[in-house]
Design a protein around this ligand. Structure first.
Ligand SMILES: [Cu+2]
Length: 715
């Protein structure tokens, strides 16, 4: 089977975000009996035991022996090497009890060093399992013994923290039963672990990401789209739009970096074709413990016909909230209760965020009764707001941008090779503060793209005719300094392509009426929360008119201009879909904050990246150039993460809880992984109650390995 296609030409998707036809929907659904190949043949995890239950692959007690070794697997029709734990994918579910001291002997039968990290588990840092930080890793042929007291209960997971081994399937679930009675009543429970398997080696995937942006993103608009788009908006307009996006090296569909073009999505180690199955008796309360153990994939999860009552997030109990659907970021867990009352089967459906494929399984009262698999939803299209554009005062109709002063705009990083476009450098960035999409790097472009360059008034962005623009005074532009802008004008219609014309409302071009306020002192932040760098917060929106000094260079492709701190946005592709979708704003932890004290200080960190170079970091700095973040033992800090990229980033701090807050600084819930959507910021507390060296990173595997990683040192 041809797993990876270079530049697959898949007609049917359109640049305007219409639903692609079924041909795109062909993804790697795998084999009916895919899985680990044993001497006796395929040994799929989904095999049903005599009572019809999925064969238990659960280890209980306090002593565990785990062996990591390479074994062939066959998910797609050809045997490929994988790294397994005790010969299965996922590895065995470890069932612990709160309060116990567990001992885990992990033996490495690989040819390379390995490790296991216990994700979300509070423990001494020497037991955390991060090579190079907390220990040396587990050398080939050796056994490392972990021993620690279990201080929590709930649903967690474990995985290798070495290289790309997580992508090679070194992962498994952890379920910890509470020391006392469980707060949640249920008749039976099932782990539902989601993973993304690729027949390609992770090194191959990573190299492709480094060298060919969008390699796996086959929903990117292609030539057929262009032709179709041309029919609608005219060829000139269509090609301008397209070339604009190309120049920006961004796509409104840059949703996931690695997609169903190479991934087969697994549910408990079963391909969609294999269909993981669990039995129930009508009327039972079933606890489903969802774990996103994938390397790069966000999933939108629902069970058509069943309400799901969310009772825990990242292992911690929350006040129950009943939803139809939830988005689960990489490394997150959600526990839900479902109560199928009737004698019918239900599809557990987990579509990848970019709709390039799905994992699925079946809840059924009889093994021979199946449920239909729903069609995937339309491919989400990011809006300007998703990209951190300032959307206020957006109606640009009638605005004439001709002669728009580009002076002061730093548009470095804008060209497709990620090289600074010196000619575009402009001195006074602040003067552009109100002009979304223009005062920052690549984000400038999407703003412009959305300005609808095509068609009518063509003179808008022509830089050759400086003349004052209403609301944009003081932006003198030096047209000699704009080779990049000239370059943008690809229409063959000379310099006129970027006109903003008088015809369409512009998204992404906000705040042009803010000239006056630009020159006034920043109003006092009404929240005055430590961690927010003198930010104005209005209606949940944060103006980002300051970025860290280090946030520049090739590692920074774009910077947000305005982001939302609202926790009530279900996210791209889930808004107004007619279903009740869980948001972080719904989470109310039953256990309160770790420390009653308010944060004493704040740390603002920007999530930064350059898609094309595939460089990721915090504040524009990749791990290899970074110094540790130091926390004082006993202090409580507020961390504010501002997403300056177009991707979701699930940010994971080891060793200590990340205590999610709302935009007023009020505690909501404990999490170990907080997903920050594009166009958003998120605020949380960390009570530094664990001395040691802790990993802090994006849990997208290739982002982490491309630099989005920090050491946090508690001293
Ligand atoms: Cu990331």
């Amino acid at each position: 089977m041809n797993i990876i296609r270079k530049n697959p030409n898949r007609p049917g998707s359109t640049a305007s975000g219409q639903q692609p036809d079924a041909s795109r929907r062909i993804f790697l659904q795998g084999l009916v009996a895919g899985g680990v190949m044993s001497a006796l043949g395929l040994n799929p995890a989904r095999a049903l035991a005599a009572d019809g239950q999925p064969a238990a692959n659960v280890l209980r007690g306090t002593e565990f022996d785990l062996v990591i070794e390479e074994m062939p697997v066959n998910f797609t029709g050809q045997p490929r090497p994988a790294m397994t734990i005790n010969g299965s994918i996922p590895g065995p579910t470890l069932r612990w009890r709160e309060g116990d001291v567990v001992t885990l002997r992990v033996t490495n039968r690989l040819k390379v060093s390995t490790s296991l990290h216990w994700h979300g588990i509070i423990l001494p840092f020497e037991m955390d399992g991060v090579p190079g930080l907390t220990y040396a890793g587990i050398a080939p042929g050796t056994t490392f013994t972990y021993r620690f007291r279990v201080q929590q209960s709930g649903t967690y997971w474990y995985h290798s923290h070495s290289g790309f081994q997580e992508q090679n399937a070194v992962y498994g679930a952890i379920v910890i039963d509470p020391a006392n009675a469980d707060r949640v009543a249920y008749d039976r429970d099932h782990v539902v672990m989601l993973n993304d398997w690729s027949d390609a080696s992770p090194d191959f995937i990573f190299n492709r990401l480094k060298t060919a942006d969008g390699y796996y993103n086959y929903v990117k608009p292609d030539l057929m789209d262009l032709i179709r788009q041309s029919e609608k908006m005219g060829f000139g307009a269509a090609i301008e739009d397209r070339l604009m996006w190309d120049r920006m090296r961004m796509s409104p569909r840059d949703l996931l970096d690695v997609t169903g073009a190479t991934y087969t999505y697994l549910m408990n180690g079963s391909t969609p074709a294999a269909d993981w199955t669990a039995l129930f008796r009508p009327g039972e309360k079933i606890r489903l413990r969802f774990i996103n153990g994938s390397s790069m994939s966000y999933f939108d999860v629902r069970i058509p016909g069943l309400k799901m009552t969310v009772v825990a997030a990242d292992g911690q109990d929350v006040h129950p909230v009943t939803v139809d659907e939830f988005r689960i970021g990489v490394a997150e867990t959600f526990d839900v209760i479902v109560e199928p009352a009737s004698d019918q089967a239900y599809c557990v459906f987990a579509q990848a965020l970019d709709r390039s494929g799905y994992a699925r399984g079946t809840l059924t009262p009889h093994t021979d009764l199946r449920a239909p698999v729903p069609p995937m939803d339309p491919v989400p299209t990011l809006t300007m707001a998703d990209m951190g554009m300032d959307m206020s005062g957006m109606d640009m109709s009638g605005m004439d941008m001709s002669g728009m002063d580009m002076g002061g705009m730093d548009m470095g990083g804008m060209n497709r090779h990620g090289q600074p476009m010196n000619g575009m450098a402009m001195g006074d960035q602040k003067s552009m503060a109100g002009m979304a999409g223009m005062n920052h790097d690549q984000s400038a472009h999407p703003g412009m793209a959305s300005m609808n360059m095509g068609g009518q008034s063509k003179q808008g962005m022509a830089m050759d005719q400086p003349k004052p623009m209403s609301g944009m005074g003081g932006m003198n532009h030096d047209h000699n300094a704009h080779p990049g802008m000239a370059d943008m004008d690809m229409s063959g219609q000379s310099k006129q392509g970027m006109a903003m014309g008088a015809q369409k409302p512009m998204s992404g071009m906000a705040g042009m009426d803010q000239e006056a306020s630009m020159h006034q002192p920043m109003p006092h932040n009404p929240m005055d929360l430590p961690g927010l760098h003198n930010r104005q917060l209005k209606d949940g929106m944060l103006k980002i008119d300051w970025h860290p000094e280090t946030e520049h260079g090739v590692g920074v492709g774009m910077k947000a201009q305005q982001v939302s701190m609202s926790l009530n946005d279900p996210g791209a592709g889930l808004r107004n879909n007619g279903r009740r979708v869980l948001t972080y704003g719904d989470l109310r932890g039953i256990d309160g904050p770790i420390s009653p004290r308010e944060p004493e200080r704040g740390i603002e960190l920007h999530l930064t990246g350059n898609m094309e170079r595939y460089i990721w970091g915090f504040n524009g700095v990749s791990y290899r150039d970074a110094t540790p973040v130091e926390l004082k033992y006993g202090e409580t800090v507020r961390v504010v993460l501002i997403n300056d990229t177009m991707m979701n980033h699930p940010i994971h701090l080891h060793g200590m809880w990340s205590e999610l807050e709302n935009d007023r600084g009020e505690y909501l819930a404990r999490k170990h992984t907080l997903s920050v959507a594009p166009g958003h910021a998120i605020s949380y507390r960390v009570h530094a109650n664990a001395i040691g060296r802790w990993a802090y990173h994006c849990h997208l595997l290739y982002h982490m390995n491309a630099g989005m990683f920090r050491e946090v040192r508690v001293v």
